[in-house]
Design a protein around this ligand. Structure first.
Ligand SMILES: Cc1ncc(COP(=O)(O)O)c(C=O)c1O
Length: 395
């Protein structure tokens, strides 16, 4: 057992955290209970804080460089936690997952290339493609039996003239942990049309009890497919504000090409604290994801039962501490194009006093949805549900 207190709020107003201190900017008022940006409200695990404290005591904050032990720790984690065998020399350090996607787009696609994403999806997927001057191609996920599935017919059509696909595995915001069959089908389509797959696996460790994450690597062994995976410990261990991640690029030529792009940005090899936190996470953190997700499962179940008689349908997640709420039955409009027409968001802010993520920012299929962050003490989840029920005239 780690000594983490899942009932203590480590983030609070004035602590310089986005979740509380950007409320006025994001929601137009400061009194909402914030359950939006994807970090956790309770403290990071004790072995992370301890490792950082030791480094702090040394007072050694010069330029940092990941050593062999660092890459070994990542490789061991991927092997022990996910059954994925990676050679340490196939790992490239990156500042974060989204910057790594930007580097991949620049390294592997041509100017104006078409890049496929599958919305609703983590909103920077849209911007990171546009920011590199590439063209977005959207293949919306399909809702079937209360969960998202990929549209392989749509994908086949878009793949014909696309150069890359950004995959979110596990999926934010829908919480799918894609199956090996789904990933293999995706790999086959992308191999056939020479579409490079970049798999974002930042939520890889955050599966609910009884669910396993399938690394895209397990499906990517098909001849001819070019792919890479990017991940980071920031979501699992609540160190997003410290930064630091890694890419796995198995093909030596692609790895050299990606690394050239990375070096060309002159970002250095990582921050002192990012490297310390990552090594502590991957060498000492084996028990933590299970403990964490047992707590998150309690919160997930509390929300699911609290909304059971409301016009809100939760999409039961297999992974992530995020819960996607289908609010379309509330009949409130949600139009990004018209800033005056945001009744759904205003209801949550003004009537329920809740700061959730608006579904529409994850793309058009997110219209009418809201995303709630479950990584908070259970008492806050209960409070949020009370506020929501009261706003809807229940209780
Ligand atoms: C799917 C996904 N990818 C990437 C990130 C952010 O990664 P980073 O902070 O390492 O750029 C997030 C954060 O919520 C995420 O949900």
């Amino acid at each position: 057992m780690t000594a983490t207190d899942f009932h203590r709020l480590a983030q609070y107003p004035g602590s310089g955290c986005e979740k509380y201190d950007r409320r006025a900017e994001i929601f137009g008022r400061e009194d909402v209970l914030p359950l939006w940006v994807a970090d956790m409200d309770f403290p990071a695990p004790d072995f992370i804080t301890e490792a950082l404290r030791e480094r702090l005591a040394d007072g050694a904050f010069g330029y940092a460089k990941p050593g062999a032990g660092h890459f070994r720790a990542i490789a061991d984690w991927l092997c022990d936690q996910h059954g994925w065998h990676v050679c340490p020399d196939q790992i490239v350090p990156v500042p974060g997952v989204v910057p790594a996607m930007a580097m991949a787009i620049r390294a592997f696609t041509s100017a104006n290339a078409r890049v496929i994403i599958q919305p609703p999806v983590y909103f920077p997927f849209f911007q990171v493609v546009r920011d590199q001057g590439r063209v977005l191609r959207e293949n919306p996920l399909v809702e079937r039996d209360g969960r998202y599935e990929m549209d392989f017919v749509g994908l086949e059509a878009l793949a014909q003239d696309a150069e890359m696909l950004l995959l979110c595995n596990p999926h934010n915001p829908g919480g799918r942990a894609w199956s090996i069959e789904e990933l293999e089908q995706l790999a086959l389509v992308c191999a056939r049309h020479e579409v490079i797959v970049v798999s974002d696996e930042i939520h890889m460790d955050l599966t609910y009890p009884g669910v396993a994450h399938t690394p895209f690597a397990h499906a990517a062994a098909h001849g001819g497919l070019r792919w890479m995976t990017v991940s980071a410990p920031g979501k699992t261990f609540n160190t997003a504000g410290i930064g630091g991640g890694f890419a796995v690029v198995v093909d030596p030529e692609d790895r050299a090409r990606f690394d050239r792009e990375r070096r060309g940005m002159h970002l250095g090899e990582g921050s002192v604290f990012g490297l310390v936190a990552m090594k502590a996470a991957y060498t000492q953190g084996a028990e933590w994801p299970g403990e964490l997700m047992a707590h998150i499962a309690i919160n997930r179940d509390r929300v699911i039962s609290a909304v059971a008689d409301l016009p809100i349908e939760p999409m039961t997640p297999e992974a992530t501490y995020l819960l996607w709420l289908d609010c379309r039955a509330m009949g409130l409009s949600d139009a990004e194009a018209d800033p005056g027409d945001v009744a759904l968001q205003r209801f949550f802010i003004d009537e329920a006093g809740l700061g959730l993520s608006q579904g529409i920012i994850f793309g058009e299929p997110g219209r009418g949805f809201m995303r709630i962050n479950l990584a908070t003490p259970t008492k806050l989840i209960d409070q949020a549900m009370q506020q929501l029920r009261r706003a809807l005239g229940r209780d």
